[in-house]
Design a protein around this ligand. Structure first.
Ligand SMILES: Cc1ncc(COP(=O)(O)O)c(CN[C@@H]2CONC2=O)c1O
Length: 474
């Protein structure tokens, strides 16, 4: 009998090749232990509300009213909801074609795409065209759609930073392209050296690969570095010289924990450079409501903005977006609220600023606590988390530990993270899930555990780590 279509052996080979470590072996083992009653601290996913972060009040008030418009007809609605939330809910409902249950345009509601364009204009100081902004079910879907549009086959390469967020390696595998790694310099605080870029491209071309696009993640995941203007200019010039599309993943643009390198968008730097590059280099930028001080991961609100992309290509991307009919409408409203939050003078402004500032200040403190905690441990070194939501310490495993891992049939950092999980309940992602230089090992954790829990978590980590090193050191 020939295999059935959904038998494992007859599946699409690209599907079987895909790896996604953020919810890989460690996550599955942690879920098993949790079922057995062990207390698990899931720091593997940048999922703020799952670790206790409270949602911002104003957006939830607006979306609640949008989801249940009958409250708007209740004479007492003003006793529970502030007037600006009521007004915003009515505004968003007026943009839909029948409320949140109706499909929107496949690119998203025009009124919200306009809000995104106005946000970008305020942020960058250059006009932005709503027609070149598509709303998506989270940034992931936008990234996958653009990669699917660019990759024609195995010979097409995408330059991806290593360590990288495995959405990129997984999507490139799924769409049958080739990942072309460029290594970030850990000793230079995960800086990016254009010389490494040139080497990677030359190597790929020598294997017959056509490098088509370059991904930057700024601030970085898992590495947390923030790119300087000079670095961004080098990257833009490099892409222009090598005829590459630049994919600017900027989902952590609100998550900045130092003052030396504030966030500046690739688009602003590009437009500041002026012609010819500003008129010719193709750029797609991504953002989301999942990160920042919003952390609304489950709402699935994202967008991508296209710069210097030909109208015919935009039409093709629109055509493919139409297959999925409509991005989810609540997620679109969250996005509109993120890019157009309460303004000074609005009733909800003070509360919004208090809540958002509080979250960001706490994240900044936790980034410092975690970095210092790791650096106080034996054989652990950790760059400071300049941005994003993660800490990515290097774990210098003694040879005996590497041998023990081999005997256990595990990659060394998986072996270490499994031991850490069993001993402390701290669920992390091994550095091998993000890519790293040979013989160098890391783990990724988020900086999201509650501030008051952080010292105990770091103490528990230190106890485990120092005992582990004691056990395996010569
Ligand atoms: C760099 C980067 N881009 C895109 C996404 C996708 O975001 P959406 O929720 O908008 O699709 C993530 C999510 N970060 C994952 C999720 O949690 N931990 C991570 O590393 C990310 O880290």
């Amino acid at each position: 009998m020939s295999p059935k279509a959904l038998d494992y052996d007859s599946l699409n080979e690209n599907v079987k090749k895909v790896q996604y470590a953020v919810r890989g072996e460690l996550y599955l083992r942690a879920s098993e232990l949790q079922k057995e009653g062990k207390k698990i601290i899931f720091t593997n996913v940048g999922n703020p509300h799952a670790l206790g972060q409270r949602p911002l009040t104003f957006p939830r008030q607006v979306v609640a009213l949008c989801q249940a418009p009958f409250f708007l007809d209740d004479p007492n609605v003003g006793l529970i909801f502030p007037a600006d939330a009521i007004a915003r809910a009515k505004h968003y409902l007026s943009l839909t074609s029948g409320g949140l249950g109706a499909y929107s345009d496949s690119r998203g509601l025009p009124g919200i795409r306009k809000e995104v364009a106005e946000f970008i204009e305020r942020r960058d100081g250059y006009p932005s065209d709503p027609e070149l902004i598509f709303l998506t079910d989270g940034a992931s879907k936008g990234v996958m759609q653009i990669l699917n549009t660019v990759i024609r086959g195995q010979q097409d390469g995408i330059l991806v930073p290593v360590p990288q967020y495995p959405l990129y390696s997984a999507a490139i595998s799924l769409f049958g392209g080739s990942l072309v790694p460029y290594y970030l310099e850990e000793t230079a605080n995960w800086g990016l050296d254009v010389h490494n870029l040139r080497e990677s491209v030359a190597q790929a071309r020598s294997k017959g690969i056509t490098v088509r696009a370059m991904v930057i993640i700024n601030p970085g995941n898992p590495t947390g570095q923030c790119l300087s203007v000079a670095n961004l200019k080098e990257i833009l010039r490099f892409c222009y010289q090598e005829n590459l599309v630049l994919l600017g993943d900027e989902v952590y643009q609100q998550n900045i924990y130092q003052d030396e390198r504030p966030f500046i968008s690739a688009r602003k730097v590009l437009l500041d450079m002026g012609p010819p590059i500003s008129k010719e280099l193709q750029l797609v930028s991504f953002h989301t409501v999942s990160k920042g001080y919003w952390g609304e991961c489950g709402q699935r609100g994202g967008y991508f903005e296209m710069t210097n992309i030909p109208p015919q290509t935009v039409d093709e991307i629109y055509k493919v977006a139409s297959i999925s009919l409509s991005p989810n409408v609540p997620g679109q409203i969250f996005l509109g609220l993120m890019v157009n939050p309460p303004k000074p003078g609005d009733i909800s402004y003070e509360q919004f600023v208090r809540e958002s500032k509080g979250i960001l200040e706490s994240l900044r403190k936790r980034a410092r606590i975690m970095t210092d905690g790791f650096n106080s441990c034996r054989n652990v070194v950790c760059n400071f988390t300049e941005g994003a939501m993660y800490s990515f310490p290097q774990i210098r495993l003694p040879p005996k530990a590497i041998e023990a891992a081999k005997r256990a049939g595990k990659v060394p950092d998986v072996f270490y993270c499994l031991k850490l999980l069993e001993a402390t309940g701290i669920s992390t992602v091994p550095g091998s899930g993000f890519g790293q230089k040979d013989g160098v090992f890391h783990l990724r954790t988020t900086i999201l555990p509650a501030e008051e829990d952080m010292p105990a978590i770091m103490a528990s980590f230190k106890k485990f780590n120092d005992e582990f090193m004691e056990q395996y050191e010569d």
